[in-house]
Design a protein around this ligand. Structure first.
Ligand code: SF4
Length: 425
């Protein structure tokens, strides 16, 4: 672990962190998003000791310790490694890009307990060195068919459990296509490996290598790729509906689970430590990280959960209709060196606009610069930081031409109010 391992890049890890405006960003990939309360305490303590006390919950259910200095990073790594929270090398860490149903093994409505399968796939990805050539963002997902569907997640190779003639099977969907294959659970790792190796071979187009499975699918079609991987049972299936939003209390069989969202994916080390204490005292001793930037606390009874919502609810999202969920905000100042504005602080103030909640869904994107990291797709309103002020883009992306420029926070609020009350000129 030397200074050469510190690189600027889009997919950081712990062993290959990314430089950011507030120091190094150290990302921890936790198998299946399952975090013991003891490990959560260790991470929270490390974030305070070696970082700036802020932690991100990423859109792939990873935890990111922020604000680590170059001199503190080796100590942080030694500490995390001592507690078994790190991979052996940066390549192994990078390839372990698997999202799993967050209540794996606990959800009575799931078709099977996918925890051993998730572990086996990660082991395969790490041990089969040829797979380390996969692009940094290339990811897998494994859905157990339970309450929290992963259908809204982008995975290059997605597996979803179903019941097929009374047998549990997995649908395999590549690049998000409708054309899917059907496989047996025991073949999942082999199928994942074959598809990924075939992708690596096909991606080596001189001067323009394929980055994602969707690129390959759009060029040759999913059917060809599935057939080439030896998947003969194929059909057309749209993605299933998401059944539940994770926020708030859910009764799942005997187990209750409380979902607490981190506004804009950010929580404090103290907040994580508090959740770990709750998990130890009132829950199952585990935290489950979700790709929806929420943490699930399993094993809570309703009374305890409701008391907690009152006590700590303001710092977390506990309702699916929380206005903060209607805003996408990137890291912003001071954490990102490209940022021109404090996106999180401003997004919190825009969340108090009553007109925001007139319709549902993500309506506002607050971006620190025109790169638009928080939301690559078009949004009804986009506030883009430029020179400490905002430009306003309507029905577009952060990089699109703005309708208005040079708005301070108050002027941006007024512009949004006008827009949502139908008075925008
Ligand atoms: S959009 Fe710009 S300011 Fe925001 S995180 Fe990306 S690079 Fe940084």
């Amino acid at each position: 672990m030397t200074a050469e391992t510190l690189v600027k890049g889009w997919c950081p890890g712990a062993l290959r962190p990314m430089e950011s405006g507030d120091g190094l960003l150290v990302r921890l990939r936790l198998t299946g998003g399952i975090l013991s309360a003891n490990h959560a305490q260790i991470i929270a303590k490390a974030a305070m000791q070696y970082g700036n006390g802020l932690i991100d919950l990423s859109g792939r259910a990873n935890l990111q310790i922020r604000g680590v200095s170059g001199s503190q990073w080796p100590h942080l790594i030694a500490d995390l490694s001592r507690h078994g929270l790190l991979d052996d090398d940066a390549e192994a860490e990078a390839v372990r890009n698997v999202i799993a149903s967050p209540l794996a093994g606990l959800d009575p409505s799931a078709f099977l307990d996918i925890r051993p399968i998730v572990k086996a796939l990660e082991h395969r990805l790490v041990s089969e060195r040829a797979l380390h050539q996969l692009p940094g963002k290339f990811g897998f997902s494994i859905d157990d068919g339970g309450q929290f569907s992963l259908r809204d997640q982008t995975a290059d190779i997605a597996f979803e459990a179903i019941k097929n003639s009374r047998e549990t099977a997995f649908i395999v969907r590549i690049g998000g296509d409708k054309q899917v294959g059907l496989i047996k659970p025991e073949n999942l790792c082999d199928v994942a490996s074959t598809l990924a190796l075939n992708f690596i071979k096909a991606s080596k187009i001189p001067d323009n290598p394929l980055k994602r499975m969707a690129n390959w699918v759009s060029s040759v079609g999913a059917e060809v790729i599935l057939k080439q991987a030896g998947i003969h049972d194929r059909s057309v299936r749209p993605k299933r509906e998401t059944k539940l939003a994770p926020f708030g209390y859910h009764e799942l069989g005997k187990e209750g689970v409380l979902g607490l969202g981190a506004p804009f994916g950010r929580l404090s080390a103290n907040g994580l430590s508090a959740l770990a204490n709750i998990a130890l005292k009132n829950g199952s001793g585990e935290l489950r990280l979700t790709p929806w930037r929420a943490i699930l606390l399993p094993g809570l009874n309703r009374q305890v959960a409701e008391a907690l919502i009152v006590k700590i609810g303001e710092n977390f999202i506990t309702q699916p209709n929380d206005p903060r969920l209607q805003i996408a905000a990137c890291t912003g100042m001071p954490s990102c060196r490209n940022a021109n504005v404090n996106t999180h602080e401003d997004a919190l103030s825009f969340a108090t606009l009553e007109s925001l909640t007139k319709t549902s869904g993500t309506r506002l994107h607050v971006s620190g610069c025109e790169k638009g990291c928080a939301r690559p797709m078009a949004t009804e309103a986009v506030l883009v930081g430029r020179g400490r002020l905002y430009d306003l883009v309507l029905n577009g992306k952060a990089s699109d031409k703005p309708l208005r420029t040079g708005l301070n926070n108050a002027a941006a609020r007024r512009a949004l109010e006008e827009l949502w009350s139908g008075e925008a000129k």
